[in-house]
Write a protein that binds this ligand. Structure first.
Ligand SMILES: *Cc1c(COP(=O)(O)O)cnc(C)c1O
Length: 368
């Protein structure tokens, strides 16, 4: 089965094979492997060990975002969040539930965030931090991290980046963007690894004293202190050891392909998908110039017989699994273009969509 979803993604057999082992996390042969993963991730994000650190937290991406919000903001502090879609909503909810105050900034669901709106909003001196979703998975739009970061830096503030659906393919350079206090991601999206852990690449000078988080589990400052005292191959609590072993293999594969090569492959995947859907009379939700390489939303056919779950089930019988929900304002179906997939998979997918629409008797395909 090919997973055409924005994570967890289709993985390479070597990555899956690395899961099939028993591991003790404190084993002296294992610790250097885990420490090296952190060094490699930091380098991939353009961080330097004197200034930055790679801090893992057990759990999924939301756990990493909660840890970053709790650790970078004191209780009651305010975070400006451009409301790009579902993942910005989630960042705001995580902040509020943790007793920090989200300040929503209106943003379009079909266009990237305008850096000037961020610049203007930062005239408010009560805002401590800006939270940006680099690649908004609900819309498929990639925001301009460099331009928005410049607006944040000019205003003397710092930036928290949700890089969960970006890291490993889209550029991130902590060294060139000192305003980035932290960037959070997981192994199971563009890194093409397995789920189970989140990683925050942080600036050391943005870390408060341990305890600020108001939670031991979610305290990145405590993770940093622990790493420095006990070693970078150690964890405070049991980590997902098989996921870490798989991540080491996934990083070897990324080294071989290169981040730029990976981004080019995903970009070709998205272009092939778009052309294939348009050839079937289906309309992508976004303008081509705003479409990112990670995930695409295609407007649902206007045919009265359209039923997303039936469509998903019929595609699954042909070997392709897509999401059975959508996050756009109007009905759509969404297709992820990341993971171990290339353009031939999206040519095959387009053929399968054509067969499926015929099988389901969907004649009217697009209103536009
Ligand atoms: C996937 C994703 C997350 C985290 O999701 P989890 O299910 O908690 O791993 C966060 N932000 C974005 C933009 C994502 O795509």
């Amino acid at each position: 089965m090919k997973l055409l979803i924005p994570g967890p993604v289709t993985t390479h057999p070597d990555v899956r094979a690395a899961m099939a082992v028993d591991i003790a996390p404190w084993d002296n042969e294992v610790r250097p492997v885990f420490a090296r993963i952190r060094t490699r991730l930091l380098a991939l994000g353009g961080g330097v060990p004197a200034t930055h650190a790679a801090l893992p937290i057990q759990g999924s991406g939301h756990f990493g975002m909660e840890a970053a919000l709790r650790s970078l903001l004191r209780p009651g502090e305010r975070i400006l969040i451009p409301m790009t879609g579902a993942y910005a909503d989630r960042m705001a909810r995580l902040a509020r539930a943790a007793g920090r105050e989200p300040v929503p900034l209106a943003a379009s669901p079909t266009e990237p965030v305008d850096p000037e709106t961020v610049r203007a909003a930062l005239a408010d001196p009560s805002i401590a931090l800006v939270g940006l979703v680099q690649s908004e998975t609900s819309s498929g739009i990639v925001n301009d991290l460099v331009a928005i970061g410049a607006a944040v830096r000019d205003a003397g503030r710092r930036l928290l980046v949700d890089a969960v659906s970006a890291f490993g393919a889209l550029p991130l350079d902590l060294g060139a963007q000192p305003e980035i206090a932290a960037a959070v991601f997981t192994p199971n999206k563009c890194l093409e690894g397995m789920p189970g852990i989140a990683v925050a690449l942080v600036r050391r000078d943005a870390m408060p004293a341990p305890g600020t988080a108001g939670s031991w589990c979610f305290d990145l400052a405590d993770v940093l202190e622990h790493s420095e005292k006990r070693g970078w191959g150690t964890f405070r609590f049991t980590p997902p050891v098989q996921t870490l072993n798989a991540l080491a293999v996934a990083l070897d594969r990324l080294d071989a392909e290169g981040r730029v090569g990976r981004l080019a492959r995903y970009t070709a995947n998205a272009a092939t998908l778009r052309a294939g859907m348009q050839a079937l009379g289906l309309r992508p939700i976004l303008d081509a110039r705003h479409q990112g390489p990670i995930v695409s939303n295609i407007a649902a056919p206007t045919d009265a017989g359209w039923d997303l779950q039936r469509f998903v089930d019929a595609l699954k019988r042909r070997g392709y699994l897509i999401s059975n929900f959508y996050d756009t304002e109007t009905p759509s179906f969404r297709v992820g273009t990341i993971g171990v997939l290339d353009r031939s998979d999206f040519e095959g997918f387009a053929a399968a969509v054509g067969e499926t629409l015929a099988e389901l008797g969907i004649g009217r395909r697009s209103a536009a």
